[in-house]
Design a protein around this ligand. Structure first.
Ligand code: SAH
Ligand code: SF4
Length: 395
């Protein structure tokens, strides 16, 4: 059931031809789109598919971004590629490393916009938290990103480019010609939990994740990718069909009254509509449970009654409940629930048979925790002004 509250989506994505001297960026193109681009540039149609496979391996398996280094292609073809195409990924503006090893990157994308990307190392894996939009059109009241106005969708190249940037920084590309298998990867998992609502940038997120999962490319298993949505109900089934990754949902409340305030998209698709879509999620099973994210806000959504209601609501859905202690930011209208409250809440859910891990905040000293990614924009606005000033646009 839905109400008619409008959620406007005034978002655009820049065209794929970046202002790099009219050259097309090959990073982020699907295999089909790359094939078309090569043919358009004069490559013989019969060879195009094979050439895509070769270029693909250089870019996504070995992290090579210089056409001249692609030694299994003829010199003439390499020169042609260099003339017509580029291999661009977001540029690192700054990097901060937390005392716990978390790395927060500020990266610049076309147009001078900036987004944040966070790498979280753990003993047996490492997770990259990727952004899908500059800012977010939604306005969840506890989220710092949601207070940011400027929004544009990231291109698929800018999304997969965040993974490539992190692999550069972690120095984690296999030597060209080799294929490392069975090793523990530094960057082993992706969560689409950075800035933005991934399901309002569906096609670009899908294309980027399909590149991340491609066995001849970055080759991450779909089970190591988790997409988090605030509840864009009409796109949920498509996520299973066209991406096939795991799903997390920003649930955060157990009544529509409270959820309307915390996650305003609830006015459009309420708890009942959301749960219906989750029950129907084509891939859900006991081994691929849906993660319910639940931010613990002092006195707002953290009572024992809430915990019991939550258990009732999700009955029948293979689920895990991830409790997130609220990460405070300057001027935030909420405070974090006490540890006692969080543990009492977790116990009720656990006793009902659900895993209820409490997320340990990471990178707090560098402001890298969930929902804190905004500072980039303030700098971004400044830098945009600077860019305009430099270009003489302000006279
Ligand atoms: N837009 C998507 C994904 C990005 S947010 C979504 O909302 O799901 C990733 C997670 O962090 C979401 O569950 C979000 O609700 C949560 N979050 C946002 N701000 C937070 C904060 N200040 N403290 C803790 N979690 C927060
Ligand atoms: Fe956007 Fe997610 Fe933040 Fe809500 S929680 S404002 S959907 S980024």
């Amino acid at each position: 059931m839905t109400t008619s509250a409008p959620i406007t989506q005034d978002v655009h994505t820049i065209p794929r031809k970046l202002p790099t001297g009219g050259k097309t960026n090959l990073v982020g193109l699907t295999r089909e789109a790359m094939r078309d681009a090569l043919i358009e540039a004069g490559a013989p149609e019969k060879q195009a598919k094979m050439r895509v496979g070769q270029i693909w391996q250089w870019i996504y398996q070995w992290g090579v971004r210089d056409f001249h280094a692609m030694t299994n292609l003829s010199k003439a073809f390499r020169a042609e590629l260099d003339e017509k195409f580029t291999l661009e990924i977001p540029e690192v503006v700054s990097k901060q490393v937390s005392t716990d090893g978390t790395r927060k990157y500020l990266v610049r994308i076309a147009g001078g916009h900036e987004v944040e990307v966070v790498y979280i190392p753990e003993t047996d894996r490492g997770t990259l938290c990727v952004s899908s939009q500059v800012g977010c059109t939604l306005t969840c009241s506890f989220c710092h990103t949601g207070t940011q106005k400027l929004v544009r969708n990231l291109t698929a190249g800018e999304i997969v480019g965040q993974i490539m940037m992190a692999r550069d920084d972690l120095d984690e590309w296999p030597t060209p010609g080799t294929r490392v298998q069975g090793e523990v990867r530094l960057l082993s998992n992706i969560v689409l939990m950075g800035m933005g609502e991934p399901l309002y940038n569906f096609e670009n997120v899908r294309d980027a994740m399909n590149i991340a999962m491609d066995p001849e490319g970055i080759s991450l298993s779909r089970r190591r990718i988790t997409l988090s949505t605030s509840g864009v109900v009409p796109e949920i089934a498509r996520t299973a069909q066209e991406i096939g990754c795991l799903l997390a949902v920003s649930f955060h409340a157990t009544t529509d009254e409270v959820r309307d305030k915390l996650v305003p998209i609830n006015k459009r698709w309420n708890i009942e509509a959301l749960l219906e879509a989750l029950r129907a999620y084509p891939r859900v099973s006991n081994s691929e449970r849906i993660t319910f994210e639940y931010v613990m806000l002092n006195g707002v959504n953290d009572s024992k009654e809430d915990a019991h209601r939550l258990v009732e609501l999700i009955k029948g859905i293979p689920a895990k409940i991830n409790l997130i202690p609220f990460n405070e930011w300057p001027g935030a209208p909420y405070t974090r629930s006490s540890n006692n409250r969080i543990h009492a809440f977790a116990d009720i859910i656990h006793d009902a048979g659900y895993a209820s891990p409490i997320r340990r905040p990471r990178g707090e000293d560098i402001f890298a925790a969930c929902g804190q990614l905004k500072s980039a924009t303030e700098r971004e606005r400044k830098s945009r002004k600077q860019i305009e000033a430099e270009a003489g646009l302000n006279d």
